[in-house]
Design a binder for this molecule. Structure first.
Ligand SMILES: [Fe+2]
Length: 157
C-alpha cells in the first residue's frame, strides 16, 4: 500500500527519524519481553523485590514502546513491532532460558539496559537536526532508562 499518512518532515528527515524510532521500537519491545521472562523465572533470596521491580521495567518499556511507535506513525512511518522483526533486529543482549538466580537476573537487566541506552544515545545524535521532536522523545526515554540502569546496578554493589 502506498503511504496514506503524509509527513510534516522532508523525505530525508523522515528517513532518519523513522529509522531511529523503528530501532528504538524493537529494542524496547524486546526489553519488555526480557523483563517479563525474568519476572517469571527469577529465584533466590531477593525474589520478591526483583520480581516486583521487573514489572516496573515492563510497564515503563511498554509505555515507551507505544510512544515511539505512535511517533513513527505521526511522521508517516509505518511501525513494525512484529516478533520476527524484533528477533532479527533488536540491539538487546538477550536472556538465558530457565530458572535464573536473582543475582544473574540483576546482571542481565543491567546489561540489557546498557545496550538499549547505548543504541538510544546513537539515535539521539542522529536525530538532532533531522527531527528534534523525535530526539526529545528519545532523550526522555533514555533519561528514565539510565535512572533504571543506576537502580538495578546499585543492587550489585
Ligand atoms: Fe506477574
Amino acid at each position: 500500500m502506498s503511504n496514506p499518512i503524509t509527513s510534516t518532515l522532508s523525505d530525508e528527515a523522515r528517513k532518519v527519524a523513522g529509522d531511529a524510532l523503528q530501532g528504538s521500537l524493537v529494542d524496547l519491545l524486546d526489553l519488555s519481553l526480557i523483563a517479563k521472562q525474568a519476572h517469571w523465572n527469577v529465584v533466590g533470596s531477593q525474589f520478591r523485590s526483583v520480581h516486583l521491580q521487573l514489572d516496573e521495567l515492563v510497564a515503563d518499556s511498554r509505555g515507551f514502546v507505544d510512544e515511539v511507535a505512535e511517533r513513527a506513525a505521526a511522521i508517516g512511518v509505518s511501525p513494525d513491532g512484529r516478533a520476527e522483526t524484533v528477533a532479527k533486529t533488536a540491539a538487546t543482549v538477550g536472556f538465558e532460558a530457565g530458572w535464573r538466580p536473582d543475582g544473574d537476573v540483576v546482571g542481565a537487566v543491567v546489561a540489557n539496559l546498557a545496550a538499549v541506552v547505548a543504541a538510544l544515545r546513537g539515535r539521539i545524535a542522529d536525530t538532532e537536526s533531522a527531527d528534534p521532536v523525535t530526539q526529545d522523545l528519545l532523550i526522555s526515554i533514555t533519561a528514565r532508562l539510565e535512572q533504571l540502569h543506576w537502580m538495578w546496578q546499585a543492587q550489585q554493589a
